[in-house]
Ligand binder design. Sequence first.
Ligand SMILES: [Zn+2]
Length: 132
Amino acid sequence: MTGKLTATDIQKCEALLRQRRTALRTAVLERTRSGAGAESNTAGTGVHDLKDEAFAHLLANLANTELAHAREALAAIQGALQRIADGRYGDCGDCDNPIGRERLLVQPGAERCLACQERVERAQAPPPEFSA
Ligand SMILES: [Zn+2]
């Protein structure tokens, strides 16, 4: 199939992963800070307007979803960096086959080979009527 993952490739992937980790950590920290600030502001006013509360709730949910995504991405990056440290980087977490050099260079945090990833995504995909 395609070329083997070289030491240089792994270094490239590691550098990318570290960059993304830093960016994500910064984003999560900013989110967490602004989230906490909004809460204490609401509590401090003592005014309870239902519309404002509903809106604040909506915002909190939005932030939580984004945070959850960021945390997931961070965990994936952390896992990839750990696999590099363990010398297991590039093997599919499900079937142990090589993930593929091209795939890793584009997506250094990939945990699975394309076949396994597609299987997982198909299993997680919402029913067609919700995807439009
Ligand atoms: Zn696989």
